[in-house]
Design a protein around this ligand. Structure first.
Ligand code: HEM
Length: 354
């Protein structure tokens, strides 16, 4: 899939796109924090970058927003609507900028013969996944037109965050592999590599449940830690029917799952990072594990504080830090591509370009 020779420009382009996806999470998370998700009820993928300019434009957009259940339960003025509109508008423009930052260099790299056939197909698939993610986002916005829907339904938000992380992972991994096609040979680091893979999967699963905590508004209940209002298994844990629905929409169950997963994740990630710091790895990779350890500790602390203070603004910081943790763990896992079973070498003997 990746060329045998390093191609820094190509690699940096993909890493830049991964950073832009992080920017999208910053924008989307902010829009959610100020409850602006349903503010633009039109989708014009190409011409949508032109902002409303006349009173008639505003009246049309505001008219659509007035049809949402959210407006009907909390009516607002046109001025207040504009304060919701602009952040969401910028977020969507950012999405278009990501698409352009993908397409224009893609065409350039294609025509200058820098893309192998497999890489063309792979990048095409990543682009389609990104486009699918945007379409999915639009359907989430449209749920606001349904009667009684005041925020995107929980079953929509979890997959949205996880898919965004998968696209970010694909871009980052491919970009790094193109920059450094030959992995450093790291004998004896196979267990560490497996643990880092497990850490990544656990972080993603915990993030999925974090999104469910956010969209079910479970931040408003059980604001104590470590117990949930004095109980280890919260009141109302499995009261919904059918049973599986509890794991998507029941505030008690969702918050319990997020806490449990977060604890397992934090312990696994910390154990992995400790092993990484003790292993004879190249210095950059050890620094990477130090960052992962710091980020996971901060993440846990932020989660507890968000919950105890019931502060969604802090929840936003907690969300962004989760993405940084996911990114840093991806970097560490990438650095371990060349890990094999067998006797350890000292760091200076580890060969390769990492
Ligand atoms: C490895 C550890 C953790 C990870 C990866 C993680 C991840 C996340 C993510 C990604 C979100 C936001 C999702 C979104 O806004 O769409 C979130 C939300 C949340 N998390 Fe965590 N979390 C962790 C630990 C914790 C802990 C230990 C607690 C509390 C005991 C906690 C409590 C919360 C709460 C209350 C929210 C909802 C915030 C809001 O409504 O704005 N998290 N988590």
């Amino acid at each position: 899939m990746t060329p045998a020779r390093p191609n820094k420009l190509l690699g940096n382009w993909l890493i830049l796109l991964a950073c832009m996806i992080f920017g999208m999470v910053i924008g989307g998370g902010h829009a959610r924090t100020i409850n602006a998700g349903f503010s633009i009820q039109v989708w014009r993928p190409i011409t949508g970058f032109i902002p409303p300019m006349t009173a008639a434009d505003w009246s049309y957009l505001f008219g659509l927003y007035q049809k949402t259940a959210l407006f009907q339960s909390h009516p607002i003025s046109l001025a207040a609507y504009k304060a919701l509109f602009w952040p969401m508008f910028l977020d969507r423009c950012w999405g278009r900028l990501i698409a352009l930052t993908f397409i224009i260099p893609f065409v350039y790299f294609w025509y200058t013969g820098q893309l192998s056939r497999r890489l063309k197909l792979w990048l095409g698939a990543v682009f389609l996944a990104g486009a699918g993610q945007a379409t999915y986002g639009w359907y989430m916005v449209q749920t606001g037109m349904q009667p009684g829907v005041l925020s995107p339904p929980p079953a929509w938000a979890g997959p949205h965050l996880v898919t965004a992380m998968m696209v970010l992972f694909a871009l980052l991994w491919t970009g790094l592999s193109i920059r450094t096609p030959t992995p450093a040979h790291l004998p004896g680091a196979q267990t560490l590599r497996r643990l880092t893979s497990a850490s990544l999967a656990l972080i993603l699963l915990t993030m999925f449940y974090g999104a469910l905590v956010a969209t079910t508004n479970a931040i408003t209940v059980f604001n104590t830690f470590p117990t949930m209002d004095g109980q280890w298994i919260p009141k109302g844990f499995l009261t919904f029917q059918p049973l599986w629905w509890n794991f998507i929409a029941n505030q008690a169950t969702v918050q319990f799952c997020h806490r449990l997963l977060a604890t397992i994740t934090a312990l696994t990630v910390l154990a992995t990072a400790t092993l990484g710091l003790r292993a004879p790895l190249p210095p950059a990779l050890r620094d990477n594990f130090l960052i992962v350890a710091a980020l996971v500790a901060l993440q846990y602390l932020l989660g507890m504080t968000t919950l105890i203070l019931a502060a969604p603004e802090l929840g936003y910081v907690h969300e962004l830090n989760a993405v940084l943790l996911f990114g840093a763990t991806t970097l560490a896992r990438h650095g371990l591509r060349g890990a094999t079973a067998g006797r350890r070498l000292s760091p200076s003997l580890a060969v390769g370009a990492e």
